[in-house]
Design a protein around this ligand. Sequence first.
Ligand SMILES: Cc1ncc(C[n+]2csc(CCOP(=O)(O)OP(=O)(O)O)c2C)c(N)n1
Length: 339
Amino acid sequence: MSTSVEADVLSSQAASAIEPSHLPNETLTQMYRTMFLIRRVEESLLELAESGKIGGAMHTAIGHEGNAVGAAAALRREDYLTCTYRGHHHALARGMDPKQAIAEVLGRRDGFAKGKGGSMHFIQPELGLMGANGIVAAQVPHAAGMALAAKIRGEDRIAITFFGDGAMYQGVMHETFNMAQKWRLPIIFYCENNRYSEMTPISRTSSVRELYKFPQAYGMESLQIDGNDVEIVHAAVSQAAARARAGEGPTFIEGLTYRLAGHMAGDLETYRTPEEIDAQRAHEPLVVLQNRLLERGVDEKVLADIRAEVEEEVAAAVEFAQNSPWPDPAEAYTDVFAL
Ligand SMILES: Cc1ncc(C[n+]2csc(CCOP(=O)(O)OP(=O)(O)O)c2C)c(N)n1
């Protein structure tokens, strides 16, 4: 079994030099709020899963929040987004109501898909959320199709697709990279490299650990950044979005990050050590942003108030979701489509 070799690189040691966005304190404080909200929603979901209240698999993105919040702030509401089964953070970053999100994971009628989608199928087209996908890599060509449609229609709209390091070795990824670059599609390929594909460390899946090098073979602009630094993510996605909107084609971004919780609820995590996780905690997205805000003169009391407010909001959302009725069995086939 592999031990603590995966996370020997901190996300702050990313290869590409990029000037971080220097966002106003007010914007950054709002981002801190969203990141803390995502964290508390997901921690609450883990507690609900442990008490047997969630059916099916549930994956959290605890530790990935910087990637989602930095990217969302750099994009427009109408830009398309697809993601993996680990997608709660993207939905909340784009503005999904936590009550609807939690109710959906609990399979209740007030969920955004009336309880029929669950944790792995987050979607809300009015927020540009065009679907999470349980099939590793399947959401990536979907986003390329949306980018192609936007280009054909002449719309000022781009696509971003999020996937994990494990997806890199699916054949469809490379077919998509090739065509997207050839057709100069307005798309951002964003890899949330958390160093593990389920329970398998990256050292056992490829001899090349710097994933941003793969798309360079297709002639694509590609960089490796600190995915735990929201201002770096914001800068990288803003630049990639500007390129896409200017007709310059796709960009691949490898955001180095780390999953602080298990692959899914109930994961015994025998494949990594507590020491490895602790070492990464020092550079996790909330810590990075909190330190930055304090350095820039924001009062700790302001942050404490935000945390207290979010605690209340999440507790109310959990209560709302638990009180939401189960879907009516008579509606089992309503809104269900077969192609
Ligand atoms: C095509 C396919 N193969 C295998 C699986 C089983 N599976 C589910 S998650 C996962 C790991 C994916 O790892 P990664 O892409 O790194 O994303 P992460 O889970 O770390 O976010 C695998 C192999 C699947 N869902 N789809």
